[in-house]
Design a protein around this ligand. Sequence first.
Ligand code: PHE
Length: 363
Amino acid sequence: MENIEQLRIELISSVDKAENMSALEEIRISALGKKGRITGMMKTLGSLNKEERKEAGQTLNKLKNEVANAIDSRKNIFEETELDVRLATEKVDVTLPIRPESHGRIHPTSQTLDEIVAIFGQMGFDIAEGPDIEDDFHNFTALNIPQNHPARQMHDTFYIAGEDENKHLLRTHTSPVQIRSMIKQKPPIKIIAPGRTYRCDSDITHTPMFHQIEGLVIDKTSHMGHLKGCLLEFIKAYFEIDEVPIRFRPSFFPFTEPSAEMDIGCSRKGGELKIGAGEGWLEILGCGMVHPNVLASCGIDTDEYQGFAFGLGLERIAMLKYGIPDLRTFFETDLRWLKHYGFVPLDIPSMTRGLSMTGGTAR
Ligand code: PHE
């Protein structure tokens, strides 16, 4: 039989010197495996006499345990250093998209759009769309704003390419969708057109890109009274209050005649804006009866048809309803802002379930 003490020193020192898990495993197999050295010695015990067998058996068992323990504690050291290395090298990539099902929030712009669509949808409006890149004809000329008309200066237009009639630009309002709808479709027409609009402007209440909702109703009978009633119903539903004072102020838009701006009643006590009561007024949209020149440029018979149009800034009314003080923050894509002002994805606004009740609690 091998000298046990010699074997013990040899095995323990090779365990201490082992540099990785696989070296340790080799030592374990060579000592304790089926054909290992200790196992082999155990097998020879049978040839010894009773006294010798007892003593040698105990010594071998002790050796076996000692070697197994030495291997285990060395293994632990390896596992710990491996973890340290992983912790030091593995990094979380914070630019990866978050899991929408657990963390995602609906942006106030989307929420407001869904609310507006739910309200006008129930009033029987269809949704129309047009391109963000428009031509001069749809954005200006057909809307009764000819070349060199001073009203063109009202819009700080981003021009893209082309000369005169072929000029292309980023649409400055959603009103060109009125033109596209009237050219494509015969009256009666009853649409809203939400979308992005662009103006070269930036401060606390202006961003170079923002959203508008256009409304257009063309038939044989609609008049200013219908326009007023329609907008009043919308405002009450949107702000979720029963009584909202509104007033119409005469205004000017080349594509409507008469034109008006609508204000809603509010109070500004202690720096807090409250919709629906008080002595103050807040302008929220432009509107009017569609100008006969506009109907004519779309081939609509002005003796037979008439109608009204309105346009409002989507983020503007979102700011009012949800108390968001700065328009620019809508487009800064700051996750902390979105967590605070955003809405839970499955709280979809509807006229029957409520517009923003559930969304409000999630903010
Ligand atoms: N297009 C106008 C604007 O951007 C708003 C408007 C739309 C006014 C429709 C009247 C009718 O300011």
